[in-house]
Design a protein around this ligand. Structure first.
Ligand code: UD1
Length: 419
């Protein structure tokens, strides 16, 4: 087993170029199944979740080569519509292969996905939308047997909630549908636009008609393409948090700054000075943050639930009190007991967490329960007095590329050790 050992108290400074977006790469890898011909994807992050998606593609018959952060995928010969249960369980996002397989083969046989550390995460919206596209679905002992007997039929679909994954599944399936699909109340996360841009580069016809309506005109066949994945807005925000909590100064480059607008507001209100252009920003933090007010997670363009935990880590050492309201997931405060072990003053009631800033956190042994909660512990450890051991790194490795190398280059005292 591995752990991160952090000696806190060092001000971070320097330049960091942001890795490719995990949440774009995963649906785009599923989308590569639709293309007959070579797909060249640049800026793919080296992460265990990306490996899991690659393994699913390989099991379906795709041929894949990796050259550093570039993946070259040829899905011309797909040999099966069945995804093995073990592969499905490796990550929750494997559910996007449902829409992709239906689009490519008219069938999909898979089990319910894994990776449910932050709440129930049902897939009812995905299944309802697939049925509306003419797919027959039988659920047997946790297995989903899905068949589009007469092909996928364009339809008007309204999502009850703008689910990111359900939106991606509809886009993927409807791309191979007959006629037009109109998706209303679709998710508006930047990763959705990135998926549509990728599929359009392969010959799909996907249009954004207003803020949350997406129109998809089905096409018969997709071809290969060369495509750049966008950089990860949550990782960019995380490095900002590392600078902010240590009173440091950082240049964060190579990402679309407009995608983190809701996050920029809290850094500004916490006393950070930020100068930015379209693809990079410079952040200079005050000696002590004065984050305060209420942070309510919302679908994009609201405050991202994925940055709730790192923002909470920052708020633990603020001069003031911050209130968090988690509206997206029902169980996303697993980092709270761990932050409390480090001396944080946090009380939780239901979906509300009240964080009374303390002067200093202290080192402790803490357990990463999920991806963003795990990185929040690393952020807190950077500012804590003494030594922190962050254990159970498998979650952090799902989303952060070379995390300890990058933080060390920025001045942190952090190492990965075997225990
Ligand atoms: C994606 C992101 C994840 C992010 C989340 C919300 C990826 C790989 N993951 O996850 O990092 O935290 O968006 O921004 O892109 N729901 C239902 N029924 C459904 C589908 C969803 O009730 O059929 C609920 C979920 O339980 C959750 C909420 O809707 O409470 C949001 O889920 P969703 O937007 O689908 O998130 P994911 O696509 O799983």
């Amino acid at each position: 087993m591995e752990k991160l050992v952090v000696y806190g108290g060092k001000k971070l400074s320097g330049t960091i170029s942001v890795q490719g977006s995990k949440n774009s790469t995963l649906p785009i890898l599923a989308g590569a199944l639709l293309a007959q011909g070579e797909v060249v994807l640049h800026n793919c992050p080296l992460l265990t979740d990306v490996n899991a998606a690659v393994n699913i593609l390989k099991s379906l018959g795709s041929r894949i080569k990796r050259e550093n952060n570039t993946l070259i995928i040829d899905s011309t010969n797909i040999t099966t519509s069945v995804i093995d249960e073990n592969l499905m369980h490796e990550m929750r996002s494997s559910i996007v292969f449902l829409g992709a397989l239906l689009a490519r083969t008219g069938k999909a046989e898979l089990s319910a996905p894994g990776g449910c550390e932050i709440g129930l995460r049902p897939i009812d919206l995905h299944l309802k939308a697939m049925r509306e596209l003419g797919v027959e679905i039988n659920e047997e002992k946790g297995n989903l047997l899905c068949v589009a007997k007469n092909g996928i039929k364009g339809a008007e679909i309204t999502l009850a909630f703008p689910s990111v994954g359900a939106t991606e599944n509809v886009i993927l399936a409807a791309t191979a549908g007959e006629g037009r699909t109109i998706l209303i109340n679709a998710a508006r996360e930047p990763e959705i636009k990135n998926l549509a841009d990728f599929l359009n580069s392969c010959g799909a016809k996907i249009y954004f008609a207003g803020e949350s309506t997406i129109i998809i005109d089905g096409v018969k066949k997709l071809h290969g393409c060369e495509f750049n994945i966008i950089s990860d807005r949550i990782v960019a925000s995380t490095y900002m948090a590392a600078a902010a909590i240590t009173g440091g100064e950082m240049e964060i480059t190579n990402f679309p700054v407009r995608d983190i607008q809701p996050v920029l507001d809290i850094f500004n209100s916490g006393g950070c000075i930020i100068n930015s252009d379209e693809t990079s920003l410079h952040i200079k933090a005050p000696e002590r943050l004065h984050l305060s007010g209420t942070i309510r997670t919302m679908p994009f363009p609201g405050f991202p639930t994925d940055f709730q935990a790192p923002a909470m880590a920052m708020s633990t050492v603020s001069e003031l009190t911050t209130i968090f309201i988690e509206t997206i997931f029902e169980s996303r405060y697993k980092h709270v007991p761990q932050l409390k072990r480090m001396g944080a003053d946090i009380s939780v009631e239901g979906t509300v967490a009240v964080v009374q800033g303390v002067k200093k956190l202290h080192g402790a042994t803490v357990y990463a329960e999920d991806l963003r909660g795990g990185i929040a512990l690393v952020i807190a450890a950077l500012a804590a007095e003494g030594k922190t051991d962050v254990i159970n790194l498998k979650h952090i490795d799902r989303g952060y590329e070379k995390i300890e190398d990058n933080l060390r280059r920025l001045g942190a005292e952090i190492n990965r050790e075997v225990y």
